[in-house]
Ligand binder design. Sequence first.
Ligand SMILES: [Mn+2]
Length: 355
Amino acid sequence: MQMSFRWYGPGYDSVTLEQIRQIPGVKGVITTLYGTQPGEAWKKEDIHRLKETVEDAGLSIYGIESVNVHDDIKTGGGRRDEYIDNYIATLECLGQEGITMVCYNFMPVFDWTRSDLARVRADGSTVLAYNQDIIDKIDPQHMRESIEAMSNGYVMPGWEPERMDRLEALFAMYRDIDEEKLFQNLVYFLKAIGPVCEKYNIHMGIHPDDPAWPIFGLPRIITDKDHIERLLKAVDKPYNGLTLCTGSLGSNPKNDICQIIRSAKGRIPFAHVRNLRYNSDRDFEEAAHLSEDGSMDMYEIMKTLYETGFDGIIRPDHGRAIWGEVSMPGYGLYDRALGAVYLQGLWEAIKKDRQ
Ligand SMILES: [Mn+2]
């Protein structure tokens, strides 16, 4: 297991590489070329410069989150093959730079969705939260305004203004796309990128849908154990893997995270491990990583990863805003650093207990 920390790159993150380097046990970051658009081929020199920036700070790039997939690929649109060629070109450049773990998602139109980016908890910390009753009242065309008003002036991943300007057109693209079509388009994409992944031993890790059910009438397909198993079998190769996101899969209390880890054994190159608390079946909020603060048993999750031979990359995920820190919601330094150390503490105890 290698502990890592997400970093958005120069100019996009309130957290510095120097700060990340001082978190115990963290030697690498998960990053991206944040200014690029889905569908664009990344330039080798841009990747190389990013790598140099990270290495100059004494860290390594452990993986990319994300190389985003263009909506024409998700919908099987007219320019799909052109965008897949660009995706392959990006993977080729990443492979040449020795970067071999790539997280991506296949969510239509919207990336992760929350109804509140700063819900105040009893201890005065603020967290991202989701309430289905609020989401049901939102006109998705106005999600942009709601998210922008809540994001402390940062550009939220998946909510880039360029995309949000095109919401109407994006919704129109998905008018005839049901779950099955979306799934077949995903399989088509994965088969097409197979050769470049195998050439460089790149592990693709699909990020589950968040929350783990369809929203705004759009299909969602990476939501539970059965869907994940179906995808891993449809392209039954090591490069086709899962980003185990406990918070996204755990947004549906019916998902048994440990069972999902066991069923995807050997196919999890990357894990986002965080906790959340259910307040009702229509409302949850993100909690501290600590088991007792949320509804998930983090010890059991780490133990199951250990027992299934997990040797990939972990990062803590969305943290609470604490100690007066102002950052991109969910991506402050303090609470995620606490999470990184807590998860490593669990891992050390599990490992020593077994030896
Ligand atoms: Mn995640």
